[in-house]
Ligand binder design. Sequence first.
Ligand code: GYE
Length: 325
Amino acid sequence: MNITRRSILLASALGIAAMAAGGAIAASPPLEKKETYKVGFAQTESNNPWRLAQTASMQEEAKKRGWQLVYTDAAGSAAKQVADVNSMIAQGVDLIFLAPREEKPLIPAIKAAKNAGIPVILLDRSVDPSLAKPGEDYVTFIGSNFVEEGQRVAEWLIANGKDKTKIIELEGTTGSSPANDRKKGFDDVVAKNPQFSIVASQSGDFARDKGRQVAETLLQAHPDANVIYAHNDEMAIGAISAIEAAGKVPGKDILVLSIDGGKEAVQAVVDGKIAAVVECNPRFGPKAFDTAVAYANGETIPEKIINPDQFYDDKNAKELLSTAY
Ligand code: GYE
């Protein structure tokens, strides 16, 4: 009996043992050791440079290794993303990389893949930890520490904001893990510094035009606001248009803070329109595929694999601009 076959049998024996102990099959399905794979990548949307960089990184890596990549784009719809995962299951892919749009609606699709014996690796967004678990329902989560990203922005503001203390927060997609965690990380630090206050917080759905519209409305409602914290670059760039349309100067009257660190935003730091950006690293390909191989080899996979993120402000943006995606 070859090693792969033996490890599959061992994994199912463990599953049967778990069932006998009164639970469902515990472990995430194994991945057979093969020369090449057919893997799925269920992208959530493609409306910004971050997503395009992530998709390119996944496609390049698949090409480099000679793996077949079944790519879908849910175009901003969790329902379509569920259908995309189900279609990958029907096509019999070996493994699914999933960027779940929101924390809850993708859970049934993750469980369906598990029931079909297909391991899932979550990329860049996570799911509600009370509903699905790493090592059990999915192999692992690969991505940034979003709570820390929010904290880093808040700490920069506390240290450098001076008289800029009244904050408008533009939240990402409601129910998505980066929006939840970037809010938590930022708001908790601000709450410990009572000279700062969040005067309004509303979703701009991680989108440029929605961010512009929401910023416009909130700036009218709160004319004393002098900080805009956006959960991503797209909304920050939208907010800059709203600030200028209101006859104010970004970087002078209103500080703009952002997360993602795409080239356009880092250029805006160089130009003084964005005060600081925490990068959210979109280069997933090598790590994602390496993790799949390690999993097939039977290595222990950590519950979370965290990408390192750069930080840009006026001290380093010019020098690092050429390295931004
Ligand atoms: O910040 C945003 C994108 O999930 C980390 O989603 C990702 C976020 C990223 O659309 O720009």
